[in-house]
Design a protein around this ligand. Structure first.
Ligand code: WA2
Length: 281
């Protein structure tokens, strides 16, 4: 194989991989901006109005009609911050108890419904989902602080005021790995220099979006009709010694590999796209 052809092959792989990585990153960024706007919508029309202008029906209709603004997401939901001292009143008002997030086998069961879940055990505070897009209605009433990944996201989102991402984990009622994006909702308009303590104090709830990564990346790559040519894998490389595969088959070595960086907007997480040609030259 001449050096000239080899070089051209390398350039082709680089540009195909970079293009796909940029598309994925851009679509992720577009969704993130819209989820951020939803946090402001909740702050303005739910917490900022007496009585609230948003109920489950309004939220469901609005999020369904604006779903095109959030490519790659499988659903959005709003969880309210509830202190233990407010729990009884909250539960009486809603007519249901705050539920504990349950084990995988329980949530994968065909007849799984939140009403069958156990009540959340006593905690200082909870984050029960009160509004949801219809696609994730199975998380209504579940305390999002009772799930490890969701809890970490909530704590980091409210202290930082930024959109934050979980590591890949198995989402409820899904067979694949996904990630959750969280923005805190505050009861006042906080200045950029607000301290973490100010932010934690002013927190009233959390808006979150779930990304079913395999099916959404698949859909994106499908639009490009390049699947005969290259194999794409997406990794969470936050821990570079233990990367987590979020999308793709086992990489089989066909020689040339190109790695494109992916920036999903949370500096605490690192992601990469790995591309290879399907066939050896
Ligand atoms: N949304 C959908 N499926 C899930 C999930 C989740 N979290 N966690 C596990 N499976 C309401 O950060 C607040 C959404 C959490 C937001």
């Amino acid at each position: 194989l001449s050096a000239d052809i080899a070089l051209r092959r390398k350039e082709t792989l680089t540009s195909m991989c970079d293009e796909r990585a940029r598309m994925l990153q851009d679509q992720f960024n577009v969704s993130m901006n819209h989820v951020h706007a939803l946090a402001i919508l909740i702050s303005t029309f739910h917490h900022g109005k007496q009585p609230s202008a948003i109920d489950q029906k309004t939220f469901e209709e609005y999020t369904e009609r604006t779903a095109f603004e959030r490519p790659l997401t499988s659903g959005v939901a709003y969880a309210l911050r509830v202190r233990n001292s407010e729990r009884e009143e909250f539960e009486k008002l809603h007519g249901w108890t705050i539920k504990k997030m349950e084990s995988e086998d329980q949530t994968l069961a065909q007849d799984y419904i939140p009403a069958n879940l156990d009540p959340a055990p006593d905690q200082d505070e909870y984050a029960p989902v009160i509004f949801s897009q219809q696609t994730v209605s199975h998380i209504v009433s579940i305390d999002m602080m009772s799930g490890k990944e969701d809890r970490e996201n909530i704590l980091r989102a409210r202290a930082s005021g930024k959109g934050v991402l979980t590591s890949p984990f198995k989402l409820l009622k899904s067979n694949h790995l996904g990630v959750v994006l969280t923005f805190a909702v505050y009861n006042t308009h906080l200045p950029p220099y607000a301290t973490p303590a100010d932010r934690i104090n002013a927190t009233v709830g959390y808006i979150g979006a779930s990304y079913d990564v395999p099916s959404l990346v698949e859909k994106l790559l499908h639009q490009l009709a390049s699947k005969q040519t290259i194999v794409v894998n997406v990794y969470d490389t936050t821990n570079k010694f233990a990367p987590i595969k979020m999308y793709g088959m086992d990489e089989n070595d066909t020689g040339l590999l190109h790695v494109s960086n992916l920036d999903f907007g949370d500096p605490a997480r690192k992601h990469e796209m790995h591309c290879r040609f399907k066939q050896k030259p």
